[in-house]
Design a binder for this molecule. Structure first.
Ligand code: NAD
Ligand code: GLY
Length: 385
């Protein structure tokens, strides 16, 4: 399968790295890492979890050794609830005991949880060491591995401690998706729909067509070359879009409110983070919560007369095509509202929300401009009340 490459470049900053996408990329990890990290890098700490390392760790480790690195591995717990201070501390302790120096590096092998935590550990260890992202979930491939947002969850909210720390490279081997559980694919597709919805018709249509063509075939995808080619193309298109937005607004400028500010990538995330927090990060996959968040934002957009019924229905249709989302019946709406208070998208005491005037036309709206009744109505619709 042909390898694709997207380069991310942020103007005004000395920042440039390649995102490689294709099949068989893992076998070439060592060579790619050497190119990205330079000749002085000697030790590498691979951060992963038991499940992902069991599947792909040896390939990565062997390739790194062949390229002259000395790899060692630290495995974190599997799941959102392990993206926390305790795991961070343990990761930093391991990096120190492995003798990682400032010229050395970290490799994050796994989904967004591993990537966010490993990236954050790299950003603060010795005031910052290099790291490489090897995302193994669809969500991490199209979103979290690119753009340098790293962090952990705390008692006071989701991703509330973190740093912008760009990786030195991103290696996306689409073959790792062959072992990804179906539910995780659904979660990844929800994040893809979010990205398509703010990007424009091309990316949105490419994503929804992918869902249309392959929903029934997902389990057979391993042997399906056409699927691998299409999903690589889709991932490359998402990465290119994300790279463009990040290049223009690397640090998510607080004062920007325009339709190309990095804030637009948070579409669907206000409700998503509240739902995750309200369920203690255990019930919903992040991408599933984003699926609900997209519908919530669509309902609010309709309530503010920004978007018509047809576009709202289209979003419902595409999100449902991604796969079944766990029901919200047992979640207390009051707890969800309470969780909004902990959202880091508050600016000057007001929660900013990304809504849509249509596909590809995001707007940033102050929470003060949205009536409480509209919030309640939108939530009731999702909770089937
Ligand atoms: P995840 O990292 O929890 O991975 C999902 C599950 O899939 C885990 O059980 C994992 O072990 C398993 N897995 C991973 N790769 C696999 C493979 N190839 N085969 C089989 N199993 C595999 O979840 P996620 O959806 O990848 O990431 C969600 C996280 O990403 C959240 O914490 C979210 O906040 C974060 N995120 C960050 C950004 C960012 O810009 N930094 C953007 C979006 C999401
Ligand atoms: N996932 C949102 C961002 O990277 O800005």
């Amino acid at each position: 399968m042909a390898e694709r490459s997207v380069t991310i470049e942020c103007s005004g900053n000395e920042l440039r790295y390649d995102i490689r996408i294709g099949g068989g990329i893992l076998e070439r990890t060592g060579r790619s890492a050497r190119r990205a990290l330079g000749p002085d890098c000697c030790r590498i700490v691979i951060i992963s979890n038991r499940k992902v390392f069991g599947l792909y760790g040896k390939i990565v480790e062997t390739s790194l050794r062949e390229a002259g690195f000395e790899p060692s591995t630290w495995l974190m717990g599997d799941g959102e609830r392990y993206k926390n201070m305790r795991s961070l501390q343990a990761a930093l302790g391991f990096m120190a005991s492995a003798g990682l120096a400032r010229t050395d590096a970290v490799v994050a092998l796994g989904g967004g949880v591993v990537g966010d935590l490993a990236g954050f550990a790299s950003s603060i260890y010795l005031r910052g060491v290099d790291f490489i992202q090897i995302p193994t979930t669809l969500l991490a491939m199209i979103d979290s591995s690119v753009g340098g947002k790293t962090g952990i969850n705390t008692d006071f909210g989701k991703n509330t401690i973190g740093a912008f720390h760009q990786p030195k490279g991103v290696l996306i081997d689409v073959r790792t998706l062959s072992t990804l559980p179906k539910r995780e694919l659904t979660a990844g597709f929800c994040e893809a729909i979010k990205q398509g919805a703010v990007a424009g018709n091309d990316l949105f249509d490419q994503t929804s067509q992918m869902l249309e063509r392959y929903s029934a075939k997902r389990r057979a995808w391993q042997s399906d070359r056409d699927f691998q080619r299409s999903i690589s193309e889709m991932i490359a298109a998402h990465v290119a879009f994300k790279a463009e937005i990040v290049s223009g607004d690397q640090f998510e400028t607080v004062t920007r409110k325009d339709g190309r500010s990095r804030k637009i990538l948070n579409f669907g995330h206000t409700l998503a983070h509240a739902l995750e927090r309200a369920t203690d990060y255990k019930y919903l996959k992040h991408g599933e919560a984003v699926g609900y968040g997209i519908l919530y934002a669509a309902e609010l957009s309709k309530a503010l007369a920004l978007m018509d019924e047809k576009s709202v229905n289209l979003l419902y249709d595409v999100v449902h095509r991604a796969g079944a989302l766990p029901p919200l019946d047992d979640i207390d709406q009051k707890v969800v509202f309470e969780a909004f208070r902990f959202d880091k998208k508050h600016i000057a005491r007001t929660l900013q929300m990304v809504l849509l005037k249509g596909i590809g036309n995001p707007v940033i709206v102050s929470g003060n401009d949205i009536a409480q009744a509209s919030h309640s109505q939108a939530l009731n619709r999702l909770f089937n009340k």
